[in-house]
Ligand binder design. Structure first.
Ligand SMILES: Nc1ncnc2c1ncn2[C@@H]1O[C@H](COP(=O)(O)OP(=O)(O)OP(=O)(O)O)[C@@H](O)[C@H]1O
Length: 285
């Protein structure tokens, strides 16, 4: 499904949460939606999933506005951090309710995930630990097979091995049945290799939308002696530089080939560093 965001704005009383953002999302793709606290990510995902109304502009999904739109809501699954399910329901009943709602629901996948995450089907949501409730959210999100599946920090309380399994299963699912997955996270280093495209919001504005592959090829981390690195970065846009014991590492826009020609050690810039840089620069602007 094609998602078009046109001059989208959202104000909560006097607080501008989204400020005239425009972009398009194509399927199938795994998007990373990044930004600091309060950047507007949740607001965007809430509007996209039809839960709240924009203040200006619009989001169109295959040409239609998602707000109060029954046809579209069964194509969109939004899983948030915690608070997804009624506390008195059992795990089994949560799965049943969602299976009625989502036409592509995969009960086999749902059952294998609750088994994998050690969730008792007869436990009530209110008796689950935070991590277990997150595991249930992840199960619903993946098993929904909704053409637009959105995870907003879905793993509060989930331990590292369980998160790793989530990423693996998400990728397997995506490969077997491609769809649009939007993952908003602060654990960027952990998941950045999964993103095919990255969007970065800062104070309600879109500061970057780029294919991960292009980001990986156009931003480099170079290391060498201070003199070598200073010489190489002269005239280039420097994202960050650090010195330690006479050696320097700098993150700059440039190509791996160019850095190698200068005999420097070169690697990709972590997306997290790029996010910090882009959101800081905006603040100081
Ligand atoms: N219901 C609300 N009423 C008033 N202000 C709100 C409301 N929801 C969000 N905001 C404000 O809008 C801005 C964007 O919030 P939002 O939750 O979309 O950011 P976020 O990028 O998801 O942040 P985080 O990473 O901390 O979850 C923030 O300044 C927030 O305080």
């Amino acid at each position: 499904m094609k998602i078009e965001v046109k001059n989208l704005s959202k104000k909560y009383r006097n607080k501008v949460a989204l400020n005239d953002i425009s972009f398009s999302l194509e399927e199938p793709k795994i998007y990373g939606l990044l930004g600091r606290n309060g950047a507007g990510k949740t607001t965007f995902m809430d509007i996209l999933s039809g839960q709240i109304l924009e203040s200006g502009g619009e989001i169109l999904i295959d040409g239609e506005n998602p707000f109060d739109n029954q046809r579209l809501t069964e194509s969109i699954c939004l899983i948030k951090e915690g608070q997804n399910f009624k506390k008195d329901l059992t795990v089994k009943n949560v799965l049943k309710i969602y299976s009625y709602f989502y036409p592509n629901w995969d009960q086999g996948l749902a059952e294998s995930l609750i088994d994998e995450y050690n969730l008792n089907p007869n436990s009530k949501v209110k008796t689950l630990s935070k991590g277990m409730e997150s595991a249930l959210g992840i199960t619903v999100g993946l098993a929904s097979k909704a053409p637009i599946t959105i995870f907003d920090e879905p793993y509060i309380g989930l331990d590292a091995p369980s998160r790793k399994r989530f990423y693996e299963i998400m990728l397997e699912e995506y490969q077997s049945a491609p769809r649009t997955i939007i993952l908003s996270t602060h654990l960027i280093d952990e998941v950045s290799l999964l993103f095919e495209e990255v969007l970065i919001l800062s104070e309600g504005s879109l500061v970057l939308q780029e294919e991960s592959e292009i980001l990986r090829n156009s931003t480099i981390a170079i290391s060498g002696t201070i003199d070598e690195v200073e010489q190489f970065i002269e005239g280039k846009e420097v994202i960050e530089k650090k010195t330690l014991a006479g050696m320097m590492t700098a993150y700059v826009y440039g190509t791996v080939e160019e850095a190698k020609m200068h005999g420097l050690d070169v690697e990709g810039v972590p997306i997290q560093e790029l996010m910090i840089y882009l959101t800081e620069r905006k603040k100081g602007a």
